[in-house]
Design a protein around this ligand. Structure first.
Ligand code: ASP
Length: 346
């Protein structure tokens, strides 16, 4: 065939329309109308968080920490950074604060160690990474990201996860870094089996087993990401692992639906597949993010006896914080950079 400009154009058109799109391309399709919308939600744990148990100083400390983390994430998104970067760096701030049950402020396991779990997921390709039961990594969320980006796996545990993260150049700390008096005393109380005392002793959070952190974000390219990091439950035994490092339970992200991070009684979150269920209700039942989150947290999870909550954002930038406990530490930043911090049920 003689190659006139017309036949060349025809050829290009035919090649384009016949090319089989890879599943990744199909998943990452972005609604261009929403491509410039950004947003971010964080949580710092759900539980029996009541105003009457708070001092003004404690409340202010939480508010300041949540606001600082949310603003950091927003700044990254506003400057054109990816949602995965925003999630990782926002969670660093929460992990580095002793206020939350993640990183520095992690609770103690029954064996006297701090065993940390974390996971991260990106919505554009359903890629995910997680670590469980690590004891010497300063920022477990970064280890989860390394697993996602630099390994063939999704979930690495304990010694192997620690070795992998160290080989990836992540900061390793002495286990004494995770010592905080408050959490250590909570363990002693819990060991005595005096649960009520343990709960009311902890000045940070009444339920000694809660306090996980999480972040979900939507970036300028329409990509969603979610991450969760935790010390798990005080007094946990036998290397118990909760929902936080389990993709589909504590963390999930899909550009076609939403990004979710959960906090609460992990065993129930795993059994209810909480984070994926919210995404699935949107995908298969066409529910809005709000409806899906409500259905899973207020009906399914609650009816099973599970307490806790989630934060989520959808592909259009709708922000949600849904919980069935008296409170959940949380902050939202909308497209314009307006930050709303919440602690109790409002
Ligand atoms: N979900 C966490 C766990 O069960 C605890 C929490 O969210 O506070 O390990």
């Amino acid at each position: 065939m003689k190659k006139t400009p017309f036949t060349l154009l025809l050829l290009i058109f035919l090649l384009n329309s016949c090319a089989e799109k890879s599943p990744k391309e199909k998943i990452s399709k972005v609604d261009t109308k929403q491509a410039n919308s950004i947003g971010l939600v964080i949580h710092g744990g759900a539980g029996t968080i009541l105003k009457k148990n708070m001092t003004p100083e404690k409340e202010a400390a939480y508010q300041a920490a949540l606001e600082k983390a949310a603003k950091k994430g927003y700044e990254i998104l506003q400057n054109g950074g990816s949602s995965v970067d925003a999630v990782e760096q926002t969670i660093h701030i929460l992990e580095n604060s002793p206020l939350f049950n993640a990183g520095k402020g992690a609770v103690f396991a029954n064996n006297g160690n701090n065993e940390l779990d974390a996971s991260i997921m990106e919505g554009k390709n359903l890629n995910a990474g997680a670590v469980a039961g690590v004891t010497n990594l300063k920022n477990p969320i970064s280890a989860a990201r390394k697993v996602m980006e630099n390994s063939d796996h999704v979930l690495l545990a304990r010694k192997g996860a620690e070795e992998f993260a160290a080989a990836q150049g992540l900061e390793v700390v002495d286990t004494s870094y995770f010592y905080t008096e408050v959490r250590y005393k909570s363990l002693q109380r819990a060991k005595e089996g005096d649960k009520d005392k343990a709960a009311s002793y902890d000045p940070y959070i009444k339920d000694y087993k809660y306090g996980t952190v999480g972040c979900v974000a939507l970036d300028k390219n329409g990509n969603l990401a979610a991450g969760t990091s935790t010390g798990g439950m005080t007094n946990k035994k036998w290397n118990r692992i909760g929902d936080s490092p389990i993709i589909g339970a504590g963390t999930y992200a899909n550009n076609e639906t939403c990004a979710v991070s959960g906090t609460g009684h992990g065993e129930y979150f795993i059994r209810a597949a909480v984070a994926h269920d919210i995404s699935a209700l949107m995908e298969y039942k066409n529910m809005s993010l709000q409806e899906a989150a409500k259905e899973v947290i207020q009906n399914k999870l609650k009816n099973m006896g599970g307490d806790g909550g989630i934060i989520a954002i959808d592909a259009k930038g709708n922000l949600v914080a849904e919980f069935n406990t008296p409170g959940m530490y949380r902050a939202m930043v909308d497209e314009k950079g307006n930050v709303t911090v919440g602690i109790y049920k409002e």
